[in-house]
Write a new protein. Sequence first.
Lengths: 113, 914
Amino acid sequence: MTQPVPEILRGTFDLLILKALSWGPAHGYRVARWIEQATGDALAVGEGTLYPALHRLEEKGWIEASWGTSENNRQAKFYALTRGGRAQLARETANWRRYAAAIFAALDAPAFD
Amino acid sequence: MPARWRRFRSLFGLEPRGDVDAELAFHLDMRIRELVDRGESPERARALAMRRFGDYESSRQACVAIDERQRQRVMRTQLVTELGQDIRYALRMLRRTPGFTAVAVLTLALGIGANTAIFSVFNQVLQQSLPVPDPQRLVNLAAPGPKPGSKRCGMAGDCTTVFSYPMFRDLERLQTVFTGIAAHRSFDANLAYGGETALGTGAFVSGQYFPVLGLQPALGRLLGPNDDRALGEPHVVVLSHGYWQSRFGGRRDILNDTLAINGQPLTIVGVAPHGFAGTTLGIEPQAYVPVTMRWLVSPDQFIPPDRRQAYWIYLFARLKPGVSVEQARTGINVVYGGLINDIEAPLHRGMSERTLAEFKAKQVTVTPERRGQSNVFHDIERPLTLLLGVTTLVLLIACVNIANLLLARAAARTSEMAMRLSIGAGRWRLIRQLLTESSILTLLGGIASLFVALWTVALVRSLVPESKVTLPLHLDETALIVTAALALGASAIVGLFPALQASRPDVLGALKGLAGQPAGGRRAARFRASLATVQIALSMVLILLAGLFTKSLANITRVDPGVALDGLVTFALSPQRNGDPADRSAALFARVEDELAALPGVTAVASGRAPLLANGVIGDSVLVEGFDVGPDTDNDAYYDEVGAGYFGVVGIPLVAGREFSERDAEGAPKVVIVNEEFARKFGLGRDAVGKRMSRSGATLDMEIVGLVRNARHADVKEAVAPMFFVPHRQGLGLRSMNFYVRASVAPEHAVAPIRELVKRLDPNLPVENLRTLREQMRDETLVLERFMSVLTAAFAGLAMLLAGVGLYGVLAYTVAQRTGEIGLRMALGATATRVRGMVLRHVALMVLVGGTLGLALGLAVARAAQALLFELQFDDAGVLAAAIAVLVLLALGSGLLPANRAARVDPMRALRYE
């Protein structure tokens, strides 16, 4: 059922969503906008895939949803990080940093002896 | 956890779809608005937004699927949680009222347990197919009609079902409709192996026996067509699986070992499969021996193998594929008719025309029967069905009890229910709550019922002497499943009605009455009273039946058997089965008798061939001086061979002439003693002594020297038979001897010395049926009667207990409920007696209605049971009166306490409470 996620986001989509919510509850559109800005519009095509991802994260218990009123006074579904979600975010961020550091270290490494 | 699902529930409501649509619509709207703000036209903005969004439908469906999955999980969790709450709550309620819980659980345990046990027995005894492939293709053969000659009928069927050996062989050879005909006959076997001899049962089987059944051996081989080619061979035996396990520990190296049966050394060639216990319920043969060995292993001079007038073998067969029962019947009777008319009819020259015509018209009956051949089916079908009915009534009474208890309880909790409804609990939730309570009760009752069932089966087993029949009597899986079903059904029945009633209280009224009496309503009270009335009716049925069977048994025990039962110990020895020659066993018998007499405490000893009061006498036709015998004259009598002083020892008085003495030995003039019935039947009157008689075939070679009082030699329930007795030393050769020991010490003290004595004289000789004569009578002829009377009495007692509790419960509750009313009456001048009378009138009405209904129903059931009653009419006035009295006592007993409580109501307090 899930459509293909843009290549660049594979494996990091969930992490980005959690990050987007790390400053406080937000509805899906705001999450989309944040990812748009932060990644240089990686979601230009297939923005819709954000929603199944949100619902899945909710199912996992990392975020929770509630209906609330948006900035322009409309009913919108707001997502907020749960305690578990925050821990997951920290864990995944650390993983990514280690991974990236390893890759950079490799890229900077000298040639064979 | 609970916090989380509550959140989910409020979030999704019931429809995730709408939820998702709203969420996605919001996103698109926001995006469109942003694009419009940037100057796009609304149409273009929408198109751009959609393109950016990507595959709308698949995103939407993915979201719905996730939410749906989640919602279901939440609902499951919620259900489990609520169930947990229900259970915790129910347990708390049950703990708070231990009396109610105990009564309810016990009631269910008794009702379900009794049912499970009797159903187990019913199922195992009457419903079980033989453990063979396609048992429904097996048919039993029988040939009713005249059978002049010798008959030997046993446990596998009555005398209409036995065939002669030559007839069996002819049918087997000529028939075309069966895959084969199996012949079998059980026999008493002394099984000797490794220097130890034990008494057991064997079965002679024809070569087709195992092939017709379609069995495979557990070890070695089974018997086959090659094992019954010629008389007197082969010396082989197949063991039953049970015997192989118990006697040989399942050793596989017993093949080709020798097992001596009745002195004949037989080579063990195989073991029958596990679970196969022969084809006759009630007999479990330990060994299967080729039928051609019969005349070596169990000689009987009256049934030589070629005698067509010796009927003793049982036949069953398997239908050929494609052959119907009807075709088989036709086919086998073409063969049988020819044999009867052409070969057998000419042998019966003395027969009258009428009997001969009957003889020639004989037919073989072909009856499909998947359970094998056994008298047990016929004997016990009706009693067991009746018992199953009885236990069903007990269960019904138990259920009514529970329903009544729950109703009363629900009524008492009306205000609680009303309260919970008014603060928003759903009706369904309340019903579920109450159902949970009754299910827990049922579960507890179900568990407890297993113990009751085990105990009941043990009781049943104790009533069936193993010396007489071996029946599979234990709880079986089917019964366990049925118990579970019964428990669930009972729970639904007993739980649903009170639950429905309680969940529909008049909220306002109940809340108003919170401080006062609960609002049960007259209607509910009347309903409970009618339930109690039903219980009374059902109890009446059971009391009546128990009364009838008890009186029937009492009638039997009151019958004077004509034998001095008390103080007699009896046992049997069969040395000839071990292969001892006749003269040696005669010497042994004499020696045993002498040594018995010398035992301390023994006052007299006698011996006889037939076991007394154990259906052991054999019939024979006789010629008597002065009695004319035509072709169809009934000149049958029964005979026994007895030793010197026999009549004195067993307590049969001599009317005229003398007893046998030591002088009536082989070679001395042949003498005979007859009983009064014999004298009457053959017209001898009081002058029997001095007349001459003989067995038919001989010529008046015996002189009657004594006339004895009538006694019921075979069975106390049967009319006295014409009997003649010959001294056993002038008899036909004794294969086994029954000894009668009169002791001045208690019989149980005589038992051990007897065993030792025999062991000293011949260590290989098993002592058979060592017991008092009273035990012998009970175990051999009163099994069914005791079975019925003990069990119906036990179940009726149970029913009375349950009904008493039920009645008491209803009355106590009614009184409690009407305290205010009673107080008012008393304040207005009603006396205590009057109040007591008011309650008792209530009881009387229930007893009158319930008792009458019960009596009508009970008489209908009793009429069906008439055949099981001994010298008793099903509507015996004494039994009826007693049953009614018991019921009235029961009602009074359970009504008196509540009536007294009502009479003691203090008007002031009752009214203040109001």
